[in-house]
Design a protein around this ligand. Structure first.
Ligand code: IVH
Length: 720
């Protein structure tokens, strides 16, 4: 019987046709999973992948004996486990010595030790090393027999780990079968896959996957995870593989366990780098930042370079690892106890530290938002001493279950504000658990020792929380001195009317001393009042007066932004000014008219309208004008053409003629979004001199990089 329809013949046809089709589908799907997860370069649309996947699923359902351990259908689901079996590692999983000296001297000390052990003198050439990031996840050993993943095991105590194969199969970046078509263009001849191969590496969770996971957890009212490493460890040890499959994990290979020896036909590697390149060609993810370097100076330079990139990497690292590249030198160096002499982990300053919550205070912001702030026992984290960390709002406090007296983890990564990420279990926990566990009488409800105040701690006005809102607010408005201080600082900031030298210390003095109550009061300040303040010399007083004078010549968008109308940021202020042309027209606009402004919706329109309906706000505006604040006014302008609408641009380094703000203004006027960090979603990076990690990342991701001239061309629409 002849059939012209191949897939039809496979689905319903004789078993050998079905088997051939299943094999072809497995190969195709595994190849596309590698393109998608490991290379981040899918070759077919998701829908096509799904179609192939469903075809294989249907085939396996019809012929269960066609199901193989390397089938991509085995990545999802699986049976519920009762526990994990123990696995004895054929080759122990060692740890590496940690160099806690986070300075360049940490690298020099390692190199000096290696040279001494190898008996190298000053005249001998530098030692060749491979330098890698130290991924902050959990170590995993993947066992392949005849190229098929048969077992995944955690490190455990190094000798015996736990068998977590089912959960590890859900990790898209981990090949279920190693096959040769993964050859990368640069590789001529590939070593054949040995009958036995154990690949060692790190299972981790990307930061964006972690953030998304935590957002989902919060939405469901479930506990959020403290950091990506804990989330990854929890996912790997999850007994329900369906849950594990929903926790997106990633993998980087960095070494070998057992392998078929060369005498029995296994590959012969001479260097660690060669080994990593081979693993990569077999389809395993290897970090792009792995490099071969020579001698101590280059080790230290690598440490510094990756350190600068640390905050912009898509995953957490806690240091870098140096390994002697030559495998024969590695063998000569050998081990001390359980650590190789040929490797070291060179750390970075910790971004997380333990400390104690001494109190939970309330801060009142410009819009009246009450923010609970943890007062902490001082702790050195992320390069600074931290004594305060935000808890965002009451719900975060409850969700994280943080109380005064708790031991907590504080995190400060990059220049973001320090955050309490969670509490650590302590001895009081068993008491807490007892109180809430059934059978213990009397049972007491959970009693937090922090509450949101009913009255503003600054001005005693009522505190409210609008329905569906997470934030509590003080209703005192400009009656509240905390809000007044913030409002003044907002008005005086560089991107608003800019009053140079008017910082928070001075504003505290002026407001607390009753010298300034409203914005116009600023312009009524005299030298006598200013120099009467503590620590204010006559010269500084004069400087402030000059800055105030200078700030009177402003622009309508800056003035509107500076008023601090809720929901009116810089971009909205610019749109309002462009649309209406004059302040009077903005002030007179109805909600409907405001809604006609592009990018302004009903919420923003209502907020602007309500603001200018308040007599005291109109009064402030009139007084400011009376004090001499002026700006050019014009006709309502048509919207300029927006050649960069929908494009995201990142600025880095110093441009030859434009300031950072000027470049930002130009880009935004052309419709671009100016972002602070580079990601796959970035369309262009504009780089000047001394561009750092953002430029490196752009190059790594293949994002077009422009100089100032290139940016100006782009604005003219000349760059495609
Ligand atoms: S090599 C014999 N390379 O750090 C050397 N380990 O104590 C074996 N780690 O928990 C480890 N990134 O999971 C190596 N690039 C890297 C690493 C790395 C992270 C972890 C590893 C283990 C610890 C080593």
């Amino acid at each position: 019987m002849a059939s012209g329809n191949e897939s039809g013949a496979a689905a319903g046809g004789p078993p050998d046709a079905a088997a051939a089709r299943a094999k072809a589908l497995r190969e195709q799907l595994n190849h596309h999973a590698w393109r998608y997860y490991t290379l981040d370069d899918p070759a077919i649309p998701d829908a096509e992948y799904d179609r192939l996947f469903q075809e294989l699923q249907a085939l396996e359902a019809a012929h269960p004996d066609l199901q193989t351990p390397d089938s991509p259908t085995q990545r999802v689901g699986g049976r519920l486990l009762e526990g994990f079996a123990s696995v004895r590692h054929t080759v122990p999983m060692l740890s590496i010595r940690t160099e806690t000296d986070t300075q360049a001297s940490g690298a020099t000390a390692f190199d000096a030790r290696v040279r001494r052990e190898l008996g190298l003198g000053e005249a001998d050439p530098p030692v060749e090393y491979v330098a890698e990031p130290k991924f902050d996840g959990l170590a995993m050993s993947l066992r392949y027999e005849d190229g098929v993943l048969v077992q995944a095991a955690t490190r455990g105590d190094g000798e015996v780990g736990e068998e977590v194969t089912q959960n590890v199969r859900t990790i898209g970046q981990i090949p279920l079968r190693i096959s040769s078509p993964h050859a990368l263009p640069l590789h001529g001849s590939l070593p054949p896959v040995p009958p036995l191969l154990e690949v060692r590496g790190e299972v981790y969770m990307r930061r964006d996957d972690f953030d998304a996971l935590n957002a989902r957890q919060r939405e469901k009212g479930d506990k959020s995870f403290v950091n990506p490493r804990n989330a990854a460890a929890g996912a790997v040890r999850q007994l329900d593989p369906a849950i594990a499959a929903q926790r997106p994990l990633s993998f980087f290979a960095y070494g070998l366990g057992a392998i078929t020896p060369p005498e029995q036909g296994g590959p012969q590697f001479d260097s660690h780098l060669e080994l990593l390149q081979t693993l990569k060609s077999w389809g395993f993810p290897v970090a792009a930042s792995v490099e071969r370097v020579f001698g101590a100076a280059e080790l230290a330079a690598y440490h510094a370079r990756i350190g600068a990139l640390r905050d912009s990497l898509p995953y957490d690292i806690d240091g870098v690892v140096y390994k002697v590249d030559s495998l024969s030198l590695q063998r000569r160096l050998g081990f001390v106890t359980r650590e190789p002499r040929w490797a070291v982990a060179h750390k970075y300053p910790a971004q997380e530290q333990l400390t104690t919550v001494l109190a939970i205070d309330i801060q009142v912001g410009r819009t009246g938002k009450l923010t609970p702030v943890a007062k902490l026992a001082p702790v050195f984290v992320g390069g600074v001493t931290v004594t305060n960390a935000t808890l965002h709002n009451l719900f975060e406090v409850r969700n994280k279950d943080v109380r005064v007296g708790d031991r907590v983890i504080v995190r400060r990564a990059g220049d973001v504000i320090p955050e309490v990420v969670g509490r650590v279990p302590s001895t009081t926990d068993s008491a807490r658990a007892m109180l809430s566990s059934p059978g213990h009488a009397p049972r007491q409800p959970y009693v937090p020792n922090f509450r949101m105040p009913r009255r503003c701690p600054i001005c005693a006005s009522a505190v409210v929380r609008e329905k569906g809102e997470a934030n509590h607010r003080c209703t005192g408005g400009l009656f509240c001195s905390a809000q007044r201080k913030q409002a003044i600082l907002h008005f005086a900031q560089r991107r608003a009317v800019e009053i140079e030298g008017l910082g928070d210390k001075l504003v505290d003095q002026l407001v607390d001393g009753g010298i300034v109550r409203t914005l116009p009061d600023l312009y009524r300040l005299g030298l006598v009042a200013l120099t009467g303040l503590a620590r204010m010399a006559e010269k500084s007083g004069q400087n402030i007066l000059q800055a105030l004078e200078k700030s009177k010549q402003t622009t309508l968008p800056r003035f509107l932004f500076g008023l601090g109308i809720r929901h009116v940021g810089e971009a909205t202020a610019k749109e309002l000014a462009r649309h209406f042309g004059t302040l009077d027209a903005v002030m007179a606009a109805s909600v409907e008219q405001l809604c006609e402004v592009s990018d302004i919706g009903p919420v923003v329109a209502q907020s602007v309208h309500t603001f200018f309906q308040q007599p005291h706000n109109r009064e402030v505006v009139e007084q400011l004008r009376a004090c001499g604040l002026t700006w050019p006014e014009g006709e309502p302008a048509a919207r300029a053409p927006q050649p960069l609408a929908g494009q995201t641009v990142v600025l880095t380094g110093t441009l030859p003629t434009l300031s950072r703000d000027e470049a930002k203004d130009l880009l935004e006027a052309a419709g671009a979004k100016v972002a602070g960090s580079v990601s796959k979603k970035t369309h262009y990076v504009v780089a000047g001199t001394e561009a750092g990690s953002k430029l490196e990342k752009a190059l790594a991701l293949g994002i077009p990089v422009l100089d100032e001239a290139g940016m100006l061309e782009l604005l003219k629409g000349a760059v495609p």
